[in-house]
Every structure is written in structure tokens, then in C-alpha cells.
Design a protein around this ligand. Structure first.
Ligand SMILES: [Zn+2]
Length: 58
């Protein structure tokens, strides 16, 4: 089940937590993302919304 929160969804790297992710396109396993901050490449990314971002910002 996918919920769609209001506002923009922000993708974050599960490795370093950066939001500098780019979409690499589809492979056999599905969609692939590339983190520009730590060079992580994978299909698993964290999805957060802007409200969560504001709450957790320090
Ligand atoms: Zn990263």
C-alpha cells in the first residue's frame, strides 16, 4: 500500500542519508538510484516527505 503525503517526496540514501540521489534507470532488479554523496548504487532508498524533513532538521 502506498500513501501519498501532501508535498514533495524526498528520496534519501540509506547509506549516508544524503538527498543527492539521481535516478539511474531500470535494470533487471528494477529501478536503480545513485547517491552522488557516497557513490551508493541500489534500488533501496528512503522516502520521506517535506513535513518529516522539517521535523527532523536540526
Ligand atoms: Zn549516500
Amino acid at each position: 500500500m502506498r500513501r501519498r503525503p501532501r508535498g514533495k517526496t524526498i528520496l534519501r540514501c540509506p547509506h549516508c542519508g544524503s538527498d543527492r540521489l539521481i535516478f539511474e534507470g531500470g535494470l533487471i532488479l528494477g529501478q536503480l538510484y545513485h547517491c552522488l554523496a557516497c557513490d551508493y548504487v541500489g534500488s533501496l532508498v528512503l522516502e520521506t516527505d517535506e513535513a518529516t524533513e522539517k521535523r527532523t532538521a536540526t
